[in-house]
Design a protein around this ligand. Structure first.
Ligand SMILES: Nc1ncnc2c1ncn2[C@@H]1O[C@H](COP(=O)(O)OP(=O)(O)OP(=O)(O)O)[C@@H](O)[C@H]1O
Ligand SMILES: Cc1ncsc1CCO
Ligand SMILES: [Mg+2]
Length: 276
């Protein structure tokens, strides 16, 4: 059933409408991602209702990328032979006006990685999603300042960096954490769902970035709202999954199950998105 948001602030209804649209349309999401995340990312997309394709060979991109509804680029296990494929896919996504999302994993870990991330940021991503350390590293590097990364950054510390990066890049910038922060450089929204144990499962951040790509595929004109909804829904799946989990491994399983079976009543009562 379609629920009409009363206003832009009716986040639970908006999130439910987007998830329903995603399940109806099953958008094809192309992911060029790291080896660690491929399984969780594909299963997250499938359980949400999207259609994942982990296709990264540069030879296949001209045929395949124009058919994808959105693209997810993740530099987690970057190597020099993958970067041209990422750029080629981005060029095609932009040409065919498909939204694309960048996950700048460990952006400050090396000069090669940082330069690659900065080049990709310059290619007009629809959304950039990182943790606090990654967004701060990108922000500092784009100003030509320190390249260090302190992994202890909270998402709230990254808020000003995120706003500046959004203004400079034109992207929606999203920072994951206890409170996920989403900004267009002007408006700032927080998604308050999730459980700390999600950090103990590798690639949950990568997976939520792919989920954001699926949500922007079904509502490309409202990327901020789509991003906040994806975060909240992934977080709710974590909360419901945690009720059945004994630790990270069983949380991974129960999170996927909870995302798959998430219904309107649970979603409307759990969605917690606010203006910050
Ligand atoms: N303290 C927390 N409480 C609740 N949820 C959290 C917390 N920290 C992270 N999360 C959630 O966990 C997911 C992963 O976020 P995280 O910031 O750990 O990403 P990441 O560092 O990029 O992870 P990875 O690189 O392993 O993919 C997000 O959906 C986020 O909302
Ligand atoms: C552990 C790890 N190393 C490179 S990518 C990745 C998955 C989380 O981003
Ligand atoms: Mg990450």
């Amino acid at each position: 059933m379609e629920t009409r948001p009363n206003s832009i602030e009716d986040w639970p209804s908006r999130a439910w409408n987007l998830l329903s649209k995603l399940r109806d349309q099953s958008p094809l999401v192309q992911c060029i991602t790291n080896f660690v995340s491929m399984d969780l990312m594909a299963n997250t997309l499938l359980s949400a209702g999207a259609s994942p394709a982990m296709i990264h060979s540069i030879e296949e991109i001209p045929d395949f990328t124009p058919h994808a509804r959105s693209l997810c680029i993740n530099v987690g296990t970057l190597s020099s032979d993958w970067l041209p494929a990422m750029k080629a896919a981005v060029v095609l996504a932009n040409k065919f006006r498909k939204p694309w999302v960048l996950d700048p994993v460990a952006a400050g870990a090396s000069g090669f990685r940082l330069n690659a991330c900065l080049e990709l940021v310059g290619m007009k991503p629809t959304v950039i999603r990182g943790n606090g350390s990654e967004i701060i590293a990108l922000f500092k590097a784009s100003l030509g300042a320190s390249k260090g990364v302190d992994s202890s950054h909270e998402s709230t510390d990254a808020m000003e960096a995120a706003k500046s990066l959004a203004q400079a890049s034109g992207a929606i910038v999203a920072v994951s954490g206890a409170v996920d922060i989403i900004t267009d450089g002007n408006r700032v929204v927080g998604a308050h769902n999730g459980v700390p144990m999600m950090q103990k499962i590798t690639a949950t951040g990568c997976a939520v970035t792919a989920l954001i790509a699926a949500f922007v595929a079904v509502d490309p004109l409202h990327a901020l709202e789509a991003t906040a909804s994806a975060f909240s829904i992934f977080g709710i799946a974590g909360e419901l999954g945690m009720n059945m989990a004994k630790g990270p491994a069983s949380l991974r399983m129960h999170l996927i199950d909870s995302l798959y079976s998430l219904d309107q009543v649970a979603l409307l009562s759990h969605t917690k998105i606010t203006s910050l």
